[in-house]
Design a protein around this ligand. Structure first.
Ligand code: GDP
Length: 297
């Protein structure tokens, strides 16, 4: 599970804080220095850590904490509140148009991030909400990706629209809209091609899709295991094509988890869901407060 090492380290810092009757400014500063180290080791972006620590410090050195009967507890509470704030405070849902309209969602991400799996996971969630999703195979470079989407679609009981490998993704997206309208589907989820690294071709292809159809939500899938790279990727996608939200996959793995803490602060875009396993049911809504509790133990 992600955050294990961060959790252990923070709990150690907190144990020391709780043990002290009164807290001097120096005690708080020492504790926050340790919190800072722990966050950096968890692969949280440097800039984010700096801002976080100064926000906590500003509140933790004040009179309220000094005069409190349980100053250690108050500092811990402040760290908790600032962590929740860092992750965006509120839970954000994928925005959908009314069921009478067609909602088009475009999934983007690097190859291997978990995009195709997550696309099918999302379709399952939307179906459970009473929507009628259509999965669309826009990754025309990897026949295996089309096949994988078809298999996953079948598992979820959701139709998959494909035109094979010989059409442009933007044309496939357009044809999918016509198909969905005819077949009474009201959410279209486009599974686009990923590449190993961000490149101009990938970006222009996504922009072409956006120009061809009315994409309502662009959702980026990033892999938690890639740490700060995931955050850089999110920043670049947001700059180039504009994203509405992020899904972080593989948080079930042995990852330091920093991406979950940094993405919102770096991109300004919310984390919508987190991937917690390979099974199609392993997708959890992102609750900043629960995630903070998980981290603080
Ligand atoms: P794509 O290239 O981005 O479409 O990636 P895939 O959907 O093919 O996923 C790549 C690999 O990551 C597959 O083996 C998935 O089963 C796995 N995967 C995806 N999401 C998760 C997750 O949340 N947790 C774990 N453990 N594995 C995942």
């Amino acid at each position: 599970m992600a955050f294990e090492s961060l959790s252990d380290k923070l709990q150690n810092v907190f144990k020391n804080l709780r043990g002290k009757g009164r807290l001097s400014e120096a005690d708080v500063k020492t504790a926050l220095k340790e919190v800072k180290m722990a966050l950096l080791e968890a692969d949280v972006s440097f800039k984010v850590v700096k801002q976080f620590i100064s926000a906590v410090q500003e509140r933790a050195i004040g009179q309220d904490v000094q005069n409190s009967l349980t100053p250690g507890q108050m500092v811990i509470k402040i760290v908790n509140e600032e962590l929740v704030k860092l992750m965006g405070s509120e839970t954000t849902e994928i925005s959908l148009k009314p069921a009478s309209d067609m909602t088009i969602i475009m999934m983007a991400g690097l190859q291997g991030a978990g995009k195709t799996t997550t696309t099918a996971k999302i379709a399952g969630k939307l179906k459970a909400k009473g929507r009628k999703p259509l999965l669309v195979a826009c990754d025309v470079y990897r026949p295996a990706a089309i096949k994988q989407l078809q298999i996953n679609g079948e598992k979820q009981g959701v139709p998959v629209f494909s035109m094979g490998e010989n059409h442009k993704p933007a044309d496939i997206a357009k044809a999918a809209v016509a198909y969905a309208a005819k077949n009474d589907q009201n959410v279209i989820i486009l599974d686009t091609a990923g590449r190993l690294h961000i490149d101009e071709d990938m970006m222009s292809e996504l922009i072409e899709i956006k120009d061809a159809v009315d994409v309502h939500q662009t959702i980026l899938v990033v892999d938690a295991m890639t740490g700060q790279d995931a955050v850089n990727v999110a920043g670049m996608f947001n700059d180039k094509i504009g994203i509405d939200g992020v899904i972080i996959t593989k948080l079930d793995g042995d990852t330091r988890g920093g991406a979950a803490l940094s993405i919102r602060a770096v991109t300004g875009k919310p984390v919508l869901y987190v991937g917690m396993g390979e099974k199609l049911s392993d997708l959890e809504q992102f609750y900043p407060d629960r995630m903070a509790s998980r981290i603080l133990g």
